[in-house]
Design a protein around this ligand. Structure first.
Ligand SMILES: Cc1cc2nc3c(=O)[nH]c(=O)nc-3n(C[C@H](O)[C@H](O)[C@H](O)COP(=O)(O)OP(=O)(O)OC[C@H]3O[C@@H](n4cnc5c(N)ncnc54)[C@H](O)[C@@H]3O)c2cc1C
Length: 381
């Protein structure tokens, strides 16, 4: 498998999936048949994470093909991502605490043999080693495999979830502060407190089509615990009345001006922001950085084709811009942290309509959010 690096190709992949594989999605989605056979899920996450295709675009296309009832599972998964994002927006300290814990833990694990064996794929668990290599080579893992991987990391290899989440962020093309951090916390049993996810030998064998033998893992372990609780913060996601003739900043989560709610507005110039390892708290792999660079270049080329004034700048160049500017909201994560740490007060955020509407339902659990899905789908269809 390989991921494409342009919006045009990402849309082709979306269309192909909807035309050929969407109908069997709910039946087959939990199987991981290996990297050479990935057609039972969409593999769109690297594109969605970077805004190359949007959740609304995907849902609406899927509804042109099948009814809501036939698509329900797929739509739920697509919106699960929106839910995690909103959940973290309302509790941003979960992300900052995660990074702080990671910094504290890292020092103690630099020379830890268990940890080094895990990230090198040299444990005595064959499937785990294979997934480590797959992650590094293809920069993607199937959802079920991410769950097994995280469960083995935490409960069999006894490694801190924070280091596992860092390892994923480093290599995943779809690496996302909300889905990744909350996915790991969920497996550990901290997200839904006391309910950890334990991988089992039979489950792995069944859903990998018996590709692995001898899966010796810890199938009984208590949930991780934390004393911390994160009350919902007061935050409004209100958009300003847009003025003409201002610069717009676009970060790497929104690389499709074609889809932006503000696409018809006349901005003075568009600056596409590139964030390299010098300005990141989690260091990304070369593959992951290259992937982002290609996507950013693709956005620039598409803007130029439309004769829109645009250029790419490094995130640390933002400090020298003193005039008031707009930015498509980068969401809680590394780009937003940069703005916060450097107190760049001249930036006014523009929020996507789907987020503004959906995030109000993210104050409780996903089962509550699920009840609002028909409303969300109707509003944006
Ligand atoms: C420990 C762990 C870490 C994860 N880290 C990330 C991450 O960094 N970035 C990321 O995008 N997803 C992450 N996920 C969620 C999920 O594994 C991936 O989104 C999914 O595997 C992507 O494959 P797909 O595009 O074929 O998904 P499909 O099954 O085709 O689903 C369609 C889309 O729905 C969304 N989606 C599906 N499942 C989930 C889910 N469980 N949570 C949130 N959104 C979902 C994705 O945007 C996905 O592209 C993580 C899950 C776990 C358990």
């Amino acid at each position: 498998m390989s991921f494409k690096v342009s919006r045009g190709e990402a849309v082709d992949e979306l269309n192909y999936f909807i035309e050929n594989n969407l109908l069997d999605y709910s039946k087959l989605r939990n199987f991981d048949f290996g990297p050479q056979k990935r057609d039972n899920t969409s593999c769109l996450s690297p594109y969605i994470t970077h805004g190359l295709v949007s959740e609304i675009e995907i849902i609406n296309k899927s509804l042109k093909k099948n009814s809501f009832a036939k698509n329900e599972k797929f739509i739920q998964e697509v919106l699960w991502r929106v839910y995690w994002k909103g959940w973290l927006e309302l509790r941003p300290n979960v992300w900052t605490d995660y990074l702080q814990e990671l910094r504290n833990i890292k020092k103690n694990y630099e020379d830890n043999k268990n940890y080094l064996d895990a990230v090198e794929g040299k444990t005595n668990i064959e499937c785990f080693n294979e997934w480590v290599n797959e992650l590094k080579e293809f920069n993607y893992l199937h959802n079920h495999t991410r769950m097994w991987f995280a469960s083995i990391w935490i409960f069999t290899l006894n490694l801190p979830w924070q280091l596992g989440a860092e390892f994923f962020m480093k290599h995943l093309f779809d690496g996302d502060a909300a889905s990744n951090t909350l996915g790991w916390k969920w497996v550990a049993g901290i997200q839904t407190q006391g309910k950890n996810y334990l991988a089992t030998e039979w489950n792995i064998k069944k859903f990998t089509n018996n590709r692995f033998q001898n899966v010796k893992i810890n199938e009984e372990a208590p949930s991780k615990i934390t004393e911390k609780s994160y009350p919902v913060i007061e935050k409004s996601f209100t958009n300003p009345n847009l003025l003409e003739d201002k610069i717009l900043l676009v970060f790497d989560n929104n690389l499709s001006m074609e889809l932006a709610d503000f696409k018809n507005h006349n901005f003075k110039k568009i600056l596409i922001i590139s964030n390299t390892n010098e300005t990141r708290q989690i260091q990304l792999s070369k593959n992951t950085l290259n992937f982002k660079t290609h996507l950013i270049d693709d956005q620039l080329n598409r803007l130029k084709t439309k004769s829109i004034t645009a250029e790419i700048i490094k995130i640390d160049e933002l400090k020298s811009i003193k005039e008031p500017v707009y930015a498509l909201y980068p969401t809680v994560g590394e780009n937003f942290d940069y703005i916060r740490f450097n107190q760049l007060k001249n930036i006014q955020f523009l929020y996507r309509e789907i987020d503004r509407f959906s995030w109000q339902f993210c104050n409780k659990g996903f089962f509550n959010f699920k009840n609002h899905i028909p409303k969300i789908v109707t509003k944006f269809n």
